[in-house]
Design a protein around this ligand. Sequence first.
Ligand code: ASP
Length: 470
Amino acid sequence: MKRTYINDLKNFIGKEVSISGWVDVRRDHGKLIFVDFRDMTGKVQAVALPSNKEAHEVANRIRTEWVVTATGIINRRPEKMISKNKETGEIEPNGDIEIELKKLEVLNEAQTPPFDVRGDGRDISEEARLKYRYLDLRRPRMQKTLRLRSEFVDRIRQFLFSKKFTEIETPYFTSTTPEGSRDFVVPSRMYPGKFFALPQSPQQYKQLLMTAGFERYFQIARCFRDEDLRADRGFEHTQIDLEVSFTNRDEIMALDEEMITTVTEAMGYKIQQKPFPRFTYKEAMAKYGADKFDMRTEEDKKNGILAFAWVIDFPFFEKDKEGKWTFTHNPFSTPSPEHLSWHMKGEQIENIMTQQYDLVCNGFETGGGSIRAHKSEILKATFKTMGYTDEQIERDFSHMLQAFDFGTPPHGGIAHGIERMVMILTGEMELREVQSFPQTSSGRTAVMDAPSTLSDEQLRELGIELRKKK
Ligand code: ASP
């Protein structure tokens, strides 16, 4: 018989249907055996009557998390048996129907899971949860979060397509692009002793796509950054990455604000203030002591309000630990027009502002972008200020400088961390709670055992010799 999704069973009262899924709970009342089944759409209660010997026998044998196909008649539950939400009194989903089992087929048995997959799982160790992540993901909270993430990305895509954007993928095997983190590197077998870097972001490629004339690009882009892990940082994260030609700061901010507003409101969220308030970096530091801040009241927090704000007018450069100038946000940004001549001459470096804009929400930095340097001399001046020699600039960025000299239009863009956005939307405080198979907090993979060693053969092929750490 054709499979019916549990969520649709209401349409089949009095009819015989088949569902497939997992055994969620089993309650043996002697003669009557109640089983809750679960599929990707929901849960439903079934009852095995002793009068149906075959189904009753199987219902007796099945255990939690076994995989089954169940066939039976959809009945309305008697009034007394309707399950209602204890607080609101509302009927639970499928709380007023049940399946009278006719046939029960076991598709696969299951060992007793190492932990309960029905609770919210917060009291279970990270080690156990990530070792058995495929079970951990069965819990309703994780199912809900990953589905919400999927809906969020889907709506972002729909919005951007409606605004004439083209979705374009850029390579993972690339050379380093400075985003302020360490690179993950991949050794090359064909060029022993040489390495690819995994992208910290598609920054340079998306700019080259502007040179290429796409004008409106976006990508749901994976970014790799070898940095110290924190609650809201992993080795990998995904960005909504976009770039636009022939634009300016206010246009990009308006477009981005429309995207975030359209998508979050369509998902049922309320925004504290529209248009999003703007703070200069100076104002934000004076008011909140940080460039990311939470403007919500206690009441807002209870009601799940989103408090977005823009931060603009950042200094372009700051001194690093060694006292050298480095970029505060993005070396590919362009300075504010009124500071361009200082920038070109390398004067008043501490006073040069960049056309960078960050989007803050509920205490997180959820996005950031800028209007870019689109002329080679501006980008060259940036790296000069950071102490690069002409040879170093040539070695690392000649491809960008060259592209700029082949008719690159003025352009700018922004990127949003999808995990940060989903953390805000779900109220989760850990990046790991919004990714399917995240790294552990000690930097190892979930389920699989990596990082791990290579065989001598693999090392030889890559031309790599390991040195003992001193
Ligand atoms: N590439 C920047 C980042 O990854 C975002 C941007 O400027 O568009 O943070």
